[in-house]
Design a binder for this molecule. Structure first.
Ligand SMILES: [Fe+2]
Ligand SMILES: [Fe+2]
Length: 226
């Protein structure tokens, strides 16, 4: 289906889950930047909007038999999916990446700006994210579950602080991307350095999917979000 230039990135990423890897590769930020139109986002990236729309339109349709898109789940199922897949991943992966980052900083930090900067940048993202996951699980998600059960509409005010946290974590990963030159380990880097940079790249992709499911799917079901 041909996307229109007025559609938002969030809506496109929700309707066409198989376009997300290509949107990601083109730098079209569909999670924290999900409210931008395709036209605005393409122009901001220096891309021709009409060509970008044509590239997306030309992508093959999702093949039958592929796992269902989490966006098609009910609200309680979607919350279970977010917690069991994405929150579990963040809690497992952050300690491993922080430990690698600390070792890389100790070994290479005196002669490599990225090696010295990754650990403090990741530590500050981690402190936002870990507190954020607890707040979602203890405060926000039970409230959304109850509202969904009672068919109650929740104000978007309820999620404003959570969207702000997403932006803060997204900004942190922008910094990590810049520091590592797009998640590239330096030539001849040791195994730990390579594992760290690969792990950060994978973590960013998971964070984008996680934030997309919350900002563009779960939170958009609350009732009065434009
Ligand atoms: Fe979350
Ligand atoms: Fe979140």
């Amino acid at each position: 289906m041909k996307p229109t230039l007025e559609q938002t990135l969030g809506a496109l990423a929700t309707q066409h889950s198989d376009w997300r890897p290509v949107m990601e590769a083109l730098g079209l930020d569909f999670c924290c930047g999900g409210r931008q139109t395709l036209d605005q986002a393409a122009q901001a990236r220096g891309l021709d909007p009409a060509t970008t729309a044509a590239v997306l339109e030309a992508l093959p349709e999702m093949k039958p038999g592929k796992a269902p898109d989490p966006a098609s789940l009910t609200t309680p199922e979607l919350i279970d999916h977010i917690v069991s897949v994405h929150h579990a991943f963040v809690r497992d992966e952050l300690p491993r990446l922080l430990s690698l980052a600390q070792k890389v900083q100790a070994k290479h930090g005196d002669h490599d700006a990225a090696a010295s900067g990754i650990y403090p940048a990741l530590k500050s993202v981690a402190s936002v994210l870990l507190r954020h996951l607890d707040d979602e699980e203890v405060i926000l998600f039970p409230r959304i579950r109850n509202a969904s059960q009672d068919n109650e509409r929740l104000s978007t005010e309820v999620v404003a602080a959570f969207i702000h946290d997403h932006e803060e974590a997204g900004d942190g990963f922008h910094r990590l991307r810049e520091l590592t030159g797009g998640f590239q380990a330096p030539e001849g880097a040791c195994t730990k350095y390579r594992l760290l940079v690969e792990g950060l790249h994978h973590f960013e992709a998971d964070l984008h999917e996680h934030v997309h499911l919350e900002n563009n799917v779960l939170f958009s079901r609350l009732g009065d979000r434009p």
